[in-house]
Design a protein around this ligand. Structure first.
Ligand code: DHB
Length: 293
């Protein structure tokens, strides 16, 4: 029988296929269609200390082989998350990883402290890579010194909770950031977040998003993501979670071959609610080399 079970920084998973932050909400909508117990892990939408309304619409634009988003970290804030969302996720036998974001290092540290008291939370993913906010987000993850400061503070505040630093591709050399995050105490890395992009409406001459720019995701970014996951996993000694345009078991297997220990499925969730389940099955066949032909 195939062995799909794996483990990332002490987080035990039935399989290496997780769902990516911001593409799965807090699980409720998907639970109507698929069995969340079958997923490797669920990563929540980013949580901030205070609730956020997010950016003005339009927030999504379809592009060739991908999409641009500019959500702006809309979320209910930590109190709303704990009161309204976490108890639903607690029902499932699937590790819950909470993605956290902040405008200051103190905000990240405070979130880590609060979440470290929640037994349902099995890990934190540190979003130092959101491209759609004026303060914080990607500006931390583009600078190795700031990356190290955020991760070191979160490491202290999170106590024994595993922490995963989610890296931005919007840098010249992602291995510099990866090293900074690991030296500061990240137990694992996830990569890549979205690539900063733009779409212009030729009728108005203006951006097709409510903001000027947005984050590009989907199959269009897969070759870049694979290259970066390869670079990171050949540089650091912590597990790497591959993300970027995975829509099939073959895509997931390519990330594993590039050095990832697990993967996250993001944009594919918007195309097919069953995408992560299909990817688990297909990946199982690849890992068993039990392929037709
Ligand atoms: C948002 C978008 C992203 O691509 C991301 O990585 C994090 C947050 C957002 O706009 O909310």
């Amino acid at each position: 029988m195939p062995k799909l079970e794996t483990e990332i920084a002490g987080i035990k998973m039935k399989n290496p296929v997780m769902v990516a932050s911001g593409t799965f909400g807090f699980g409720k909508e998907y639970a109507e269609y698929i069995d969340l117990n079958k997923l490797g892990a669920i990563v929540t939408k980013s949580i901030t200390l205070k609730p956020r309304e997010g950016n003005p619409p339009p927030r999504l634009v379809e592009t060739p082989a991908g999409m641009l988003n500019s959500i702006g970290l809309e979320n209910p804030g930590i109190e709303g998350f704990l009161a309204e969302e976490l108890h639903f996720l607690a029902k499932f036998d699937t590790p819950i990883i909470v993605n956290i974001a902040g405008e200051s290092i103190e905000e990240y540290a405070e979130l880590a402290k609060i979440l470290s008291r929640e037994p349902t939370v099995k890990g934190l993913e540190i979003n130092i890579s959101c491209p759609n906010v004026k303060k914080g987000g990607m500006s931390f993850g583009m600078d190795p010194k700031l990356t190290a400061e955020v991760i070191a503070q979160v490491r202290k505040s999170a106590l024994s909770l595993p922490i995963i630093a989610k890296l931005t591709p919007n840098v010249t050399d992602i291995t510099v950031i990866a090293k900074a995050a690991v030296e500061a105490g990240a137990d694992a890395l996830s990569a890549i977040n979205t690539i900063l992009g733009m779409a212009i409406d030729i009728e108005t001459g203006k951006s097709r998003l409510g903001t000027l720019t947005g984050g590009l995701s989907g199959p269009a970014i897969k070759p870049i993501a694979l290259r970066m996951v390869y670079e990171i996993s050949h540089t650091v000694n912590v597990p790497v979670i591959g993300i970027g345009g995975i829509v099939s078991g073959q895509d997931a297997y390519e990330f594993i071959l590039a050095g990832a220990k697990a993967v996250q499925v993001g944009t594919a969730n918007f195309i097919d609610v069953e995408a992560p389940l299909k990817i688990i099955k297909e990946l199982e066949a690849y890992l068993n080399k039990d392929l037709p032909g």
